[in-house]
Design a protein around this ligand. Structure first.
Ligand SMILES: Nc1ncnc2c1ncn2[C@@H]1O[C@H](COP(=O)(O)OP(=O)(O)OP(=O)(O)O)[C@@H](O)[C@H]1O
Ligand SMILES: [Mg+2]
Length: 392
């Protein structure tokens, strides 16, 4: 029995601030995971910690760390730790705090605060992420937006071919200039960066292979002179690894658009997507179903690859289904010729991407605008004010 008086629960709480959730990169108090602290008059401390998921493999580490810290507080005679699970609402709050924390620690990128960042990802490879990225980028540019496209599939790059871009990225004073292309008649523009525009052949690519994928994405975000962008679309590599986590760390405001196909088992994809979102702290903004149907010349739709995958995944992940995109030879042909199908004169593909772009621009991720004064003007104003005296 200790002769020292037991500590107030606030002291125990402060000590628990030393326990970091290594996955979320913030302490368990700040994240709101400490749900109860009871200290008895005899110095017996009872703590309830809620985990993001019940079977979290980190629980042993968190438990040992918490025990070690609280046991060493004067006046504590015994510590008992039990675990609970966060509710869905609490979990999303924890994620929000983790995002905030990550954004405070993030290195500076060249992506301005007024740019909407959308990462196109999937729970499975080959579902059309790259095709959706380039066609959505083109459809947004056709509406007059300036759209950055970052090909984060570092070694499996396909964006340059799909957008008909070749040659090497230029650069000056340590910054890289993106490859640019005008779209439509309303001032729209694409600014593209890809490893395919950095290395000139496969042999060179092999030389670069030692470079970490996440590091390459960081270079693209911090060393490219993107200029003013309304949107940045990021074509994610297949899988749920390093690149996703790097993006969460570098641009925690990025939102995920998940591409799926009608036949994929929604639950499996949903759990991978949830895992990806949890590990990268990124929010899922919506689901896009690709290869939904083939429209014959009479306008009849045929669900060649089954139905329902998009709806089910949207329901599982609790986000809206944003589009059902047709299967069309023009999508694959456009990908090979460098002329995105979304920029053709008309047809179901053009309509589908135009509608998706409209939905994103008006509803899901509208461009950042303030009081009727466009954010672009505001940035220009900031730049003017920041000019050193006498330079104007
Ligand atoms: N709506 C569509 N209609 C017809 N073909 C399509 C459609 N979407 C994608 N494809 C074709 O399917 C193939 C895979 O598409 P894509 O490369 O865009 O997928 P991905 O998810 O980026 O693949 P990866 O995981 O390898 O990066 C390509 O040959 C592409 O042309
Ligand atoms: Mg791809």
């Amino acid at each position: 029995m200790s002769t020292v008086a037991p500590p107030p629960s606030e002291v125990v709480r402060e000590v628990l601030r030393g326990v970091i959730d290594p996955e979320l990169g913030a302490d368990i108090v700040e994240l709101g995971m400490v749900q109860r602290i009871d200290v008895s008059p005899t110095g017996f401390v009872e703590i309830v910690i809620a985990l993001t998921i019940a079977g979290c493999p980190l629980r042993v580490q968190i438990r040992n760390d918490a025990l070690r810290r609280v046991e060493s507080v004067p006046g504590v005679t015994e510590v008992h730790i039990s675990f609970g699970e966060l509710s869905a609402a609490q979990r999303s709050q924890v994620m929000q705090r983790a995002r905030l924390k990550a954004s405070q620690n993030a290195p500076d990128t060249e992506i301005g605060g007024a740019t909407r960042v959308l990462a196109i990802a999937s729970g499975k490879g080959g579902v059309g992420k790259s095709s959706v990225t380039v066609n959505l980028a083109a459809a947004l540019a056709a509406r007059g937006f300036v759209v950055g496209v970052l090909d984060a599939d570092i070694w499996g790059f396909s964006v340059p071919r799909m957008l008909g871009m070749e040659g090497r990225l230029g650069g000056e004073d340590g910054k890289i200039a993106p490859s640019e292309r005008e779209v439509g008649t309303q001032g729209g523009r694409l600014k593209v960066v890809s490893m395919g525009l950095v290395v000139d052949n496969e042999d060179k690519a092999i030389m670069w292979r030692g470079l970490m994928l996440a590091k390459a994405v960081e270079e693209f975000l911090t060393k490219v002179r993107w200029g003013t962008l309304d949107y940045l679309l990021i074509d994610m590599p297949p899988g749920t690894g390093d690149v996703q986590m790097a993006l969460g760390r570098l641009l925690p405001r990025a939102e995920l658009l998940i591409v799926t196909t009608p036949a994929l088992a929604a639950q499996k994809v949903a759990s991978r997507v949830a895992d990806m979102a949890r590990r990268s702290y990124l929010r899922v903004a919506g689901v896009i179903e690709n290869m939904s149907y083939f429209e014959d010349p009479e306008g009849r739709q045929h669900a060649i690859f089954g139905t329902g995958g998009g709806d089910r995944l949207a329901a599982e992940t609790n986000v809206p289904l944003l589009a059902r995109l047709p299967i069309a030879p023009s999508v694959s042909a456009g990908g090979d010729s460098g002329e995105p199908a979304a920029l053709m004169a008309d047809g179901p593909v053009v309509e589908a991407f135009a509608e998706l772009a409209r939905r994103i621009a008006t509803d899901i991720a509208p461009p950042v605008v303030m009081d009727g004064c466009s954010a672009r003007l505001l940035t220009a104003l900031d730049a003017a004010v920041a000019q050193p005296q006498g330079a104007a």
